[in-house]
Design a protein around this ligand. Structure first.
Ligand SMILES: Cc1cc2nc3c(=O)[nH]c(=O)nc-3n(C[C@H](O)[C@H](O)[C@H](O)COP(=O)(O)O)c2cc1C
Length: 146
């Protein structure tokens, strides 16, 4: 069974909590998971399934910890023919660039040839102060994909 890679972009830790929770839910289904809080493309198999969980900072920017990984994907995209992915974007709808990083990542992965398992999920922290609860509902509807 191939490992599901959870890749996080987080400044304040919220997206990491969401990824931890998703990882627990996947493990309850008997899946193998690996969390990458400092993702490096060289360490992550570009086959199988990626779940990217990223917040947005600055003005629509990626959190610093995930910026090198995104640059690697843009500069030297791997062969993604056998890669499925899903992106969970966390943001605050009071910003014009609501969930800008996650939405960008979803398009980037599609552009380099990976297959989206689902639309990008956007979680608004104004509506969901505990984003883990929103992701739990989403997971219930999407767990058959993993
Ligand atoms: C300085 C700052 C800038 C932010 N900029 C954006 C933004 O451009 N778009 C957005 O949707 N959310 C923005 N947010 C909201 C964060 O994405 C949100 O608080 C998120 O829960 C933080 O997740 P994290 O704990 O994983 O870093 C910003 C938050 C801060 C503190």
């Amino acid at each position: 069974m191939s490992t599901i890679h959870l890749i996080t972009g987080s400044t304040l830790g919220g997206a990491e909590y969401v990824a931890d929770h998703l990882s627990d839910l996947l493990q309850e289904l008997g899946k193998d998971t690996e969390i990458h809080n400092h993702p490096n493309l060289n360490d992550i198999d570009p086959q199988g399934t990626w779940l990217v969980v990223t917040s947005t900072h600055g003005a629509g920017d990626y959190p610093e910890n995930i910026q090198p990984f995104i640059a690697q994907l843009q500069d030297t995209p791997p062969n993604t023919q056998a890669l499925n992915y899903s992106v969970i974007a966390i943001g605050d709808s009071s910003y014009d660039t609501f969930c800008g990083a996650g939405l960008h990542c979803h398009e980037l992965l599609e552009d380099i040839g990976a297959t989206a398992l689902a639309e990008c999920l956007t979680i608004d922290v104004l509506r969901h102060p505990v984003p883990e609860e929103a992701v739990e509902d989403w997971f219930e509807d999407h767990k058959h994909l993993f």
